[in-house]
Ligand binder design. Structure first.
Ligand SMILES: *[C@@H]1O[C@H](CO)[C@@H](O)[C@H](O)[C@H]1NC(C)=O
Ligand SMILES: *[C@@H]1O[C@H](CO)[C@@H](O)[C@H](O)[C@H]1NC(C)=O
Ligand SMILES: *[C@@H]1O[C@H](CO)[C@@H](O)[C@H](O)[C@H]1NC(C)=O
Ligand SMILES: *[C@@H]1O[C@H](CO)[C@@H](O)[C@H](O)[C@H]1NC(C)=O
Ligand SMILES: *[C@@H]1O[C@H](CO)[C@@H](O)[C@H](O)[C@H]1NC(C)=O
Ligand SMILES: *[C@@H]1O[C@H](CO)[C@@H](O)[C@H](O)[C@H]1NC(C)=O
Ligand SMILES: *[C@@H]1O[C@H](CO)[C@@H](O)[C@H](O)[C@H]1NC(C)=O
Ligand SMILES: *[C@@H]1O[C@H](CO)[C@@H](O)[C@H](O)[C@H]1NC(C)=O
Length: 805
């Protein structure tokens, strides 16, 4: 019997060896390939700092890439090179092969023609593809000749000792989550000067060094005979045009990279090993608004101390693509047809705003009236710049045909006049708040994807390599046994743990969590799809352990892991922190930080929450939801905002919890059809849920937020006791009546209606103006019609700055 088992293992090993094409660690040999299907197909540099392999860039699409093997603190990986950034391949049956003749070919699943190839030819018959410790992927023939190297064709990143030459350039990614080629380039220009160029679909322009200065005045030379630039491991950059600089931490040898960032700035980063994050040690431009095109058409940019760059749509305009400012803004009005003699347009005065370039004309010494008339008479005039020239003592007028490179700055002494149809100006659009939203995701690449990577530990060098080898061999053996086992049973079941998540947080075993929670002893919450227990992890952190019920977790493992990896990306002080997860068979568990003070629901009627704290909860919750809805990452709907899901930390600061019901929206909002059945909790659910014909948007969360706020203020439950079915909103109506019946209404400070509404059981004083604002905002959020509700970021603005809309 014993012998038989050994024999079986041996046979299976041989079978596996025969069937596996290649699982190479250090080199790819002729006539072999790396496959996207095989999760272990990577090349790893000798010191294991870099990994090359298929990198997931979206749902089921991959690019052959090189990245830093160790993830950052938040689980993100830093990609330094891509072979096929503009043509990702399928997640199945795609492969990178080194042909017998020494050509490197990347092939997509169903396509004959290669997606990408190095067009190389090896005559020695023994070329190998290797990944150097410097991060260079190179194809070397037997006679040591380098046939091809990734250092010769950078994407957006230059590694130390990698030269930037006249034949190469750095091209930014399209966005934080889209790695395809963007619009910003670092390039040697025809005059041998290293420049930053915006090369958009319609316009191009140089923006660094300052285009208003001659190269010489920026310290550059146009006489260099060669064009090459490098940064060395010590952080010293030298370019043939005379540009040289040192990183702020020069001298030391941390990992470094120079990257053409998504926002159009070039930065040098050093890795802070302790905290596992990149730190900026040099950047080309201090003021990111100087980067042309950064905010797109019909928008303006401002440098804000706390936000970095901030883009804002012009009034009467809205963002074209809400995840990406570079698409700019489009008008909400229809431009008036250009018929002679009719006076259909008017101008909106924007002080301290400027738009650079794209002038139709230059009219010196002109009065405002004349300038307006000129613009009205030109069909393609979108507005004009009007400014005072101190030197000559006259006013200058610049009508524009394209509104790009806009920026707002109090130091600019001039105005912009935007042409708007009179019909739009007179309509009720006027009260719309200016739409603004800062995207400040610069610095760290954000993408975390389904993993295809080894579980990395922090051991260094050769020990690590040895360990890795042992792991891989061990895993290999296990896989073979499992493979054989299933083969013999003719079963198609996937082995456990087939998919791994490359997230920064931990994967816990069920046994660990069972121990941490003392066999799930202390229940601290229970909701539709889950039960939450308190537990203490092995490192003494107190955790909330949320076990998803089976009915709710019958989704596949891949789906669960995909969702978990998205949750792991969300990182905001007003969102609950997720530490890890467990996926073993039917057990699907999420591990969160534990909140001392429980939920808002438990504290609603407690005297611990005075009015100041309640106001902070209103603002914090709004910030958390605003982040979910629109900042940087994917669009996430919560769909179950209620007091039970707003947790309070030791200072009673709110953290939004429980994304169990949320589904992720497509960028363009087409994902709505997924919502076939109503989600959420009665009383807090928006009217849209009850009417099939209405689309589900982020405004459902806004509605729930409004109801929660009204509940917090009035102390009244949003539902009647009698649980009558269907849709009604007694509490909201009650508040509306109270506000409406006190005749003085909204408009002034004789705010007797406030007294009638607020919960008299809550002790302490409140600021009447703040309270008035909060009630008004909450009511606006709880409007029946979704378009009448503000967005969550508008709510934050209104609460913080009072409301004037
Ligand atoms: C590999 O890296 C070393 C330094 O780490 C460097 O000297 C050598 O030239 C590199 N080789 C290739 C082919 O990039
Ligand atoms: C990335 O951007 C390119 C160019 O705009 C676009 O064609 C592509 O669909 C985008 N990919 C994703 C995953 O959004
Ligand atoms: C950079 O550092 C080197 C060596 O420390 C020094 O010689 C050089 O002057 C520095 N360059 C700049 C621009 O500070
Ligand atoms: C914006 O980015 C800068 C550096 O990239 C950072 O220092 C700053 O804290 C960020 N601001 C916000 C609000 O995230
Ligand atoms: C900007 O506005 C003009 C009209 O004022 C419009 O023609 C153009 O398409 C807009 N740009 C974008 C990116 O929508
Ligand atoms: C500007 O125009 C006014 C009236 O047309 C004229 O009197 C004045 O001399 C002009 N100034 C300059 C600097 O050309
Ligand atoms: C700003 O412009 C106004 C005219 O609009 C002019 O009177 C004033 O002197 C200017 N101030 C500065 C600082 O240039
Ligand atoms: C403007 O007001 C009219 C009537 O007051 C209304 O029918 C219309 O829907 C409003 N438009 C918008 C965009 O709110």
């Amino acid at each position: 019997m014993h012998l038989l088992v050994h024999l079986l293992i041996l046979v299976s090993l041989i079978l596996c060896l025969a069937s596996s094409s290649s699982s190479s660690l250090s080199a790819l040999k002729l006539d072999s390939s790396l496959s996207v299907d095989n999760k272990d197909d990577f090349l790893i540099s000798q010191d294991s700092v870099f990994t090359a392999g298929f990198y997931s860039v979206g749902e089921n699409v991959f690019c052959f890439s090189i990245w830093f093997t160790n993830p950052l603190f938040n689980g993100d990986r830093t990609v330094v090179w891509m072979a096929n950034r503009d043509a990702p391949v399928n997640g199945k049956r795609s492969k990178l092969s080194l042909s017998k003749t020494g050509n490197l070919i990347l092939q997509d699943a169903d396509q004959e023609l290669p997606i990408w190839t190095t067009r190389t030819r090896d005559t020695t018959g023994s070329a190998e593809l290797r990944l150097n410790n410097s991060g260079n992927l190179y194809l070397q023939s037997k006679d040591e000749q380098i046939l091809w190297q990734s250092f010769g064709s950078p994407t957006d990143t230059l590694l130390p000792n990698q030269p930037l030459t006249k034949d190469a350039m750095l091209v930014s990614s399209r966005s934080q989550t889209n790695y395809s080629s963007g619009f910003y380039r670092l390039i040697f220009d025809n005059d041998n000067v290293l420049r930053l160029v915006y090369s958009g679909p319609e316009v191009t322009g140089v923006y660094w060094p300052n285009p208003e200065l001659r190269a010489w005045d920026s310290g550059r030379s146009t006489y260099g005979s060669e064009r090459t630039a490098t940064i060395d491991p010590f952080g010293r950059f030298i370019s043939s045009d005379g540009l040289f600089f040192n990183a702020s931490d020069d001298g030391g040898q941390p990992m470094r990279r120079l990257t053409m960032d998504v926002d159009g700035n070039v930065r040098v980063y050093s890795l802070d090993e302790g905290n596992r994050m990149w730190r900026v040690t040099w950047q080309a431009l201090a003021q990111t608004c100087a980067i042309h095109g950064s905010c797109g058409e019909n928008s303006t940019c401002s440098n804000e101390p706390n936000y970095g760059r901030k883009c804002t749509c012009l009034p009467y305009h809205k963002m074209v693509n809400r995840a990406d400012w570079s698409y700019g803004c489009e008008p909400e009005f229809r431009s008036s047809s250009c018929v002679d003699g009719e006076d259909k347009d008017d101008f909106l005065h924007l002080q301290h705003f400027d738009f650079y370039g794209y002038d139709l004309k230059y009219l010196p010494n002109t009065t405002l009236d004349v300038c307006m008339k000129e613009c009205k008479n030109m069909c393609n005039c979108k507005g004009f710049q009007y400014k005072f020239d101190k030197k000559q003592g006259i006013f200058l007028c610049y009508p524009k045909f394209l509104l790009l490179n806009g920026f707002g700055s109090v130091s600019f002494n001039g105005s912009f006049y935007l042409k708007v149809p009179t019909s739009a100006l007179s309509s009720n659009y006027t009260k719309k708040p200016i739409q603004q939203l800062e995207l400040n995701c610069s610095g760290i690449a954000r993408e975390v994807q389904l993993a295809r990577v080894y579980d990395q530990k922090k051991e260094q060098g050769s020990i690590k390599f040895l360990l890795l080898f042992t792991y891989v061999f061990g895993a290999f053996e296990i896989i073979c046994i499992v493979y054989f086992f299933y083969k013999t049973r003719k079963s198609v079941t996937k082995p456990e743990g087939y998919l791994q998540v490359a997230t920064g947080f931990e994967r816990f075993s069920y046994a660990d969590l069972k121990k941490a929670s003392e066999n799930f002893k202390t229940e601290i919450g229970r909701g539709g799809g889950a039960v939450v227990y308190k537990g203490v992890l092995s490192d003494n952190r107190v955790a909330a352990i949320k076990c998803l019920k089976e009915s709710d977790s019958n989704q596949g493992e891949a789906e669960f892991l995909a969702e978990v990896s998205t949750l792991g990306r969300l990182n905001h002080m007003n969102l609950i922190n997720i530490w890890g997860y467990c996926a073993e068979g039917k057990h699907k568990i999420l591990v969160y930080e534990y909140m001392e003070n429980g939920s808002l629901a438990e504290n609603l009627h407690s005297n611990k929450l005075d009015w100041d704290k309640r106001f902070e909860i209103a603002v914090g919750t709004a910030k958390g939801l605003a982040y979910l809805h629109e900042e940087c990452l994917e669009w996430v709907l919560h769909c179950d905002v209620k007091p039970h899901n707003i947790l309070l930390d030791q200072d009673y600061s709110p953290k939004v919890a429980d994304f169990g019901l949320s589904k992720f929206l497509d960028r363009d909002g087409r994902g709505n059809s997924e919502f076939t059945k109503a989600r959420g909790t009665r009383g807090y659910m928006a009217p849209e849920w009850f009417f099939v014909s209405l689309p589900i948007t982020s405004k459902v969360d806004v509605y729930s937020y409004g109801v929660v706020m009204l509940e917090m203020i009035t102390g009244k439950s949003p539902q009647r006791g009698d649980q009558s079915g269907g849709y009604e909103r007694p509490m909201v109506k009650w508040v509306q009546e109270k506000v409406g019946t006190t005749a003085d209404g909204y408009d002034d400070m004789s705010t007797s209606w406030i007294e009638a509404i607020v919960d008299s059981r809550v002790e302490g004083e409140y600021d009447r103006i703040r309270m008035g604002t909060l009630i008004k905002v909450a009511l606006q959020c709880a409007e029946e019609h979704k378009d009448a509700r503000p967005t969550m970021s508008q709510v934050v603005d209104m609460l913080l700055h009072g409301d004037d809309c």
